[in-house]
Design a binder for this molecule. Structure first.
Ligand code: ZN
Ligand code: ZN
Ligand code: FE
Length: 761
């Protein structure tokens, strides 16, 4: 360039997710700023660049490349190497990657409305003022509108909307913030909203204003979001919320809300700086927040927490306007079937439920529920990883292509591999009915198409009755590919290892409700040692007879009776269930009493014995209510252990006897619930430290649905660390069964890579 400054040349490799997120135009602008020449192109691992220019400018460029990367880019590493000689570059070029050499066609998750678009949306002088589908390179729908790859407008449900000249010129202008924003549109050329009445007839002039009026009058409105329909009503309107529950036959499960902004959220809940950041992040998950007062907002949630999200589409922003602070926004679905996502389906299935339908003509291609996250130890703690996160992969160096893990049953998910990346699916729901199974199979097919991958080996749970197991068996048979059955709690252990990028052998404290063990009984209070290649059961808890099997999972008073009897206690004064004597007899004679060492079941039993609750309307409710009931109490019950073969078994019988005595003595459930969990913390510390000593292993992973319990999470890891152990918890996939498919995948990889024949596990 002849300015007298030394010229240099560099080759730069960027690893991470940089496709479909406005990365190349960003690079282009940065290159201009620093007066560089060269080119950029996508690679299977990210992007590759060659740059020529002044030495200092290249260094500045590299720093800003990381610091100022577009919000959706996930840069894992940047490496640069000096190149000899002078390159021949004409300015700067973006080299279009041919279809074939792009091994990963990474698809971006859907992203919540960005601050720039929000500003334009509310700016009377902007040409998109009040337009509910405004979006740009940094925000808007992605995963939920993509039909096939490569990702361009023609392959999305925006294909039918032809861009007007003005949108077209933004799309083609690299300096514009809508450069290559595939869903770019405006009121002239894009989708439109419309309002239907309860009978499905369009309300003339209805639109968003009509829906707002309906909400303010206490009506229930079906609102089409990014990944499916919501049912909305005013959150403060207790009558409307009660009506919503009645019409939807939604038992007692908590209802999530959408708050207009963080200040509105703060009026209901405590919001830490990390929680505020997560609420406002482009992924816009539902964040589980602690209510200001526990007794508050009972009509929304019966426990101490409330799921809160902020408006994540322009439609939501307009719907809330300036006068609606908080809406209930619950997924529109019927009795545990997948979320409704098509217009006709909504009008059909929500007849008699929704008073109004606020819909639009941009088709949702793929269902994707709202994600549900917590902030734990300053990090994200997923409880449901879905919209805004899927289909982002988890990086697993060396992972081969074509492995498919089929998940379990509750909170079903699957996970599929491409080289170096595992792709966990979105939330699918409990795989217990034909509709959910159809959604599950459809989603697997969709992932295979989007990522252009066919499975060559499968993993599933050991439980023969899970629909995911049957699915895996059918495919293995039909396609002649190997199938590995992975023990449920081993998969949990591997999942938490993979989440933390661990290799080698660890201890795993795996606490959940249920999962088939290798001895044919139900497990779930497990202490394992293990790696991706195998595991050994070191400890567990005393098995509890479940009188009536599944019936005991709903009618948890049966578990209370069972636990008391096993502990040598009577249930007198602790239950007034008319059938208690009958159930007691079942336990005594071991009739229809499958055994379970599930920690979730012990929580249920304690919940009943403490008089907190006697029957549950959803899985895990007993544990949730017990946690919510717990107050401050530093006490503990007695602990005992016994050996069974090589197993170190926690005997809860002495604890149960003391609990019963304390109850009879009139002690509060508040204190006793805390004492119960304190005892579990101490027992885990004792059991784990014994095993750590015996095995020499210092690393402990915590996984399983019970670790959604924050009372335990605030105490147990700390206690284990105080014993000199390294503790690992989840942050990338859920601790419950949803996260388990990632673990299955890594166990499958270990077998596959070591050349083990899959069936011999
Ligand atoms: Zn935007
Ligand atoms: Zn337009
Ligand atoms: Fe589990």
């Amino acid at each position: 360039m002849g300015s007298g400054v030394a010229e240099t040349r560099a080759s730069v490799k960027v690893r991470g997710i940089v496709q479909g997120v406005g990365f190349r135009p960003f690079v282009h602008r940065l290159v201009r700023r620093h007066g560089l020449r060269g080119w950029v192109r996508n690679t299977s691992e990210g992007a590759e660049l060659e740059l020529a220019g002044a030495e200092g400018e290249i260094a500045d460029f590299l720093r800003e490349l990381v610091d100022e990367a577009p919000p959706l880019a996930m840069i894992e590493s940047v490496s640069s190497e000096e190149l000899p000689g002078e390159g021949e570059y004409e300015g700067f070029r973006i080299i279009e990657s041919g279809r074939g050499d792009e091994m990963h066609t990474l698809v971006s998750p859907d992203m919540g409305i960005c601050p720039d678009c929000r500003r334009e949306l509310l700016d009377k002088s902007d040409r998109r003022y009040g337009y509910p589908f405004i979006n740009c390179t940094n925000c808007g729908p992605r995963f939920t509108i993509i039909k096939s790859v490569p990702y361009d407008r023609a392959a999305t449900s925006m294909a039918g909307f032809e861009m007007c000249p003005q949108c077209e010129s933004e799309f083609g202008d690299i300096e514009n913030r809508r450069y290559h924003a595939q869903p770019n549109c405006c009121a002239l050329c894009g989708p439109r909203v419309f309002l239907l009445d309860a009978g499905g007839k369009e309300v003339p002039g209805g639109g968003i204003e009509g829906a707002r009026r309906g909400l303010l009058e206490g009506k229930l409105v079906c609102v089409k979001g990014l990944g499916g329909m919501h049912l909305a009503c005013l959150a403060e309107d207790e009558a409307a919320c009660a009506e919503l529950r009645r019409r939807k036959q939604r038992d007692e499960r908590p209802l999530a809300v959408m708050c207009r902004d963080t200040d509105c959220a703060r009026r209901l809940c405590r919001v830490s700086p990390e929680e505020e950041r997560l609420l406002n992040s482009p992924r816009k998950p539902i964040v589980l927040l602690e209510k200001r007062y526990r007794a508050q907002l009972r009509h929304l949630s019966e426990n101490g927490c409330l799921g809160v999200m902020l408006p994540y589409t322009p439609l939501h922003v307009l719907l809330m306007g300036e006068d609606i602070d908080c809406l209930v926004m619950t997924s529109a679905n019927l009795s545990d079937t997948p979320i409704i996502y098509q217009n006709s389906e909504a009008v059909d299935k929500l007849r008699g439920i929704a008073d109004l339908f606020l819909l639009h003509d941009r088709e949702i291609v793929t269902r994707c529920d709202d994600s549900l996250y917590r902030v734990y130890a300053g990090r994200e703690y997923p409880l449901r990883r879905s919209r805004g996160y899927v289909p982002h992969p988890v990086t697993v160096p060396g992972l081969p292509e074509g492995l498919l893990a089929c998940g379990a049953e509750q909170k079903a998910s699957f996970c599929i591999s491409k080289p170096g990346h595992a792709f966990p699916s979105q939330h699918i729901g409990d795989l217990k009915n034909a509709e959910t199974l159809a959604a599950y199979e459809g989603q697997i097919g969709h992932f295979e198409e989007l990522f252009e991958v066919r499975p060559r080996a499968l993993a599933c749970d050991m439980h023969p009755d899970y629909l995911s197991t049957a699915y895996a068996e059918r495919r293995a048979e039909a396609e002649g590919i190997p199938l590995l059955r992975v023990q449920h709690h081993h998969a949990h252990l591997a999942s938490c290892m993979a989440d933390n990028g661990l290799e080698g052998e660890v201890l795993g404290l795996i606490w959940d409700g249920t999962g088939l063990g290798t001895d044919g009984t139900s497990w779930g209070g497990e202490l394992l040692r293990g790696s991706y290649t195998g595991f050994e059961r070191l400890g567990t808890i005393r098995p509890l007879p479940l009188p009536g099997g599944d019936a005991a999972v709903r009618e948890i008073w049966r578990l209370g009776v069972s636990a008391l009897l096993e502990a040598g206690e009577s249930c007198e004064g602790l239950t007034d269930e008319p059938l208690a004597p009958l159930v007691a007899e079942m336990v005594r004679r071991r009739v229809s009493c499958p055994l379970s060492s599930g920690m979730g079941r012990l929580f249920d039993a304690a919940c009943s014995v403490l008089g907190i609750r006697q029957s549950c309307s959803y899985e895990g409710q007993g544990a949730v209510l017990l946690e919510a009931a717990a107050g401050e109490d530093g006490g503990e019950f007695d602990r005992a252990f016994y050996e069974s073969g090589a197993l170190d078994v926690f005997d809860w019988a002495p604890m149960l006897r003391q609990m019963a005595a304390a109850r009879r003595g009139g002690e509060s459930a508040r204190a006793l619930a805390a004492r119960f969990m304190n005892t579990l913390v101490s027992m885990a510390a004792e059991q784990v430290s014994r095993s750590a000593e015996r095995t020499g292993l210092r690393r402990v992973v915590l996984s399983g649905g019970v670790f959604q319990n924050m009372y335990l999470m605030e105490r147990l890891p700390e206690r284990l660390r105080s014993l000199g152990l390294e503790v690992y918890t989840h942050s990338r996939v859920s601790t419950n069964d949803e996260g388990l498919s990632l673990g299955q995948l890594r166990v499958l990889e270990a077998y596959y890579v070591s050349g083990g024949t899959a069936e011999d596990s």
